[in-house]
Design a protein around this ligand. Structure first.
Ligand SMILES: CC(=O)N[C@H]1[C@@H](OP(=O)(O)OP(=O)(O)OC[C@H]2O[C@@H](n3ccc(=O)[nH]c3=O)[C@H](O)[C@@H]2O)O[C@H](CO)[C@@H](O)[C@@H]1O
Ligand SMILES: C=C(OP(=O)(O)O)C(=O)O
Length: 429
């Protein structure tokens, strides 16, 4: 298993290109199942999760052509995927494939809407809580589907097709909003989703479905209205920049000090996180090229933050913020309200010398003057990158084990950081 070796202490200076968003690219690929014409997705990041979803879609008989880089292409350009779901040969998504990743469960919406049936294994994904799928199921039932759960599989049927309906989510859920949106796009009649997730990735998927001939209104607000259409056509769509990757590198710069341009980043996708970073002492400016993050001289100030659905502070940046606050001049408080078990990074950050006390859903972080390099273990995607941030500022060498978690969501992480002066390398095996 690969490891990452980091010798901390260097400030970051230079430019980091921001890739397409994993959490938009994955549902957009799934949306390819909604049409028998080609869906062309640009700016797709090169990630393990994207390759895994290619395998899952391949299992349904979908052809995916990946246009690689050609000479003269920008080295940082994302890949272009042509998804051709003309024929769906199999409506089962098996355990072996779906258990590896959360977003693969979302094939249930389009398969059911287009084929009238789907059999999808209960999903996997980062181990950050129980992560049930009851709200996906309730949404599909509201559209007239009959659902059974048997031997670890969700069996969904709608032999006469789905019908528009009213879906009221009792809590904000990104995944079930994706499921409802995709299924309702091909249902007969109008669907209203109340308390819908407002995340930018939902907007990206809704915009893409509209480019395919869908009729969705209200994406980005809590009420989404979808008028179902009998069929969707092909389209070309570019994946929006990754706000979590953006926030992660912004926190890395705030941690090490330095001056980095996050090229291609969009500030409007992470205003709350940027406000928190400013409070912590980073200077952030926005230009046509992206976001510039600086911290020179000033120390890190403590912050108090609670994770919330968009536009609040994202849970996917909680671990990275915690790494940053380990070196603040004072005590920070971070409350995680989205996932009940998203604190796996706490004990690993402690190996670097962090002082963190956990009490239920709140972590109290007493800033320390210095962190010291140590061997640590990556436990899930964002926890892993919080260890990278910690190690970049720690004295001496850190070795991060189980880095396959990182490869799920960060494209060319070592390359991007070492180009800005970090001492970081991947050791194979
Ligand atoms: C691939 C992807 O985009 N993953 C993101 C997605 O995950 P995911 O879509 O799994 O997260 P949700 O927004 O659905 O989860 C929010 C909360 O709702 C609960 N819930 C969800 C569905 C359900 O049927 N029943 C239920 O109780 C979850 O356990 C959690 O407590 O949104 C999360 C919240 O922003 C992010 O951290 C993940 O990075
Ligand atoms: C939790 C995440 O991913 P997943 O939902 O696929 O586990 C994430 O992207 O931080």
């Amino acid at each position: 298993m690969d490891r990452i070796r980091i010798v901390g202490g260097n400030p970051l200076n230079g430019t980091i290109p921001i890739s397409g968003a994993k959490n938009a690219a994955l549902p957009l690929m799934v949306a390819g199942l909604l049409t028998d014409e080609k869906l062309i997705l640009e700016n797709v990041p090169r990630l393990a999760d994207v390759s895994q979803l290619q395998r899952i879609l391949g299992n349904h008989g979908i052809d995916i052509t990946v246009n690689g880089k050609r000479r003269g292409d920008d080295a940082n350009a994302g890949q272009t995927l042509e998804i051709d779901a003309r024929v769906i040969v199999d409506t089962t998504a098996p355990y072996e494939l779906v258990s590896k990743m959360r977003a693969s469960f979302w094939v249930i919406g389009p398969l059911l809407a287009r084929m009238g049936e789907a059999k999808v294994s209960l999903p996997g994904g980062c181990a950050i809580g129980t992560r049930p799928v009851d709200l996906h199921i309730a949404a599909l039932e509201a559209l007239g589907a009959e659902i059974e759960i048997d031997a670890g599989y969700v069996l969904a049927r709608a032999p006469k097709g789905l019908k528009g309906g009213r879906i009221v989510f009792p809590k904000v859920t990104v995944g079930a909003t994706h499921t409802a949106l995709m299924a309702a796009s091909l249902a007969d009649g109008e669907t209203v989703i109340e308390n819908a997730a407002r995340e930018p990735e939902i907007v990206d998927v809704a915009d893409c479905i509209n480019a395919m001939g869908g009729r969705i209104e209200g994406q980005g607000t809590s009420t989404i209205r979808i008028t179902g259409v009998p069929r969707l056509r092909g389209a070309r769509h570019s994946v929006l920049p990754d706000r979590i990757e953006t926030g992660t590198y912004a926190m890395a710069v705030a941690m090490t000090g330095g001056d980095v341009l996050l090229s291609g980043a969009r500030a409007d996708l992470l205003e709350t996180a940027l406000d928190t970073l400013r409070e912590a002492g980073a200077e952030i400016s926005v230009s046509n090229e992206g976001l510039r993050v600086k911290r020179n001289g000033a120390g890190i100030s403590p912050v108090t933050v609670t994770t919330e659905p968009f536009p609040g502070f994202p849970t996917d940046l909680q671990a990275q913020l915690m790494a940053l606050t380990t070196r603040a001049r004072g005590t920070s408080h971070i409350t995680e309200t989205i996932f009940e078990n998203r604190f796996m990074h706490v004990q690993e950050l402690a190996r670097l010398g962090a002082r963190i006390h956990l009490d239920g859903e709140t972590a109290t972080i007493e800033g320390v003057e210095r962190l010291k390099g140590a061997p640590v273990m990556a436990t899930d995607l964002r926890a892993s990158v919080s260890l990278v941030i910690g190690a970049l500022a720690a004295e001496g060498e850190s070795m991060i084990h189980r880095v396959y978690h990182l490869d799920r969501g960060f494209e060319r992480l070592e390359e991007k950081l070492s180009a800005c002066g970090a001492e970081i390398e991947r050791l194979a095996g």
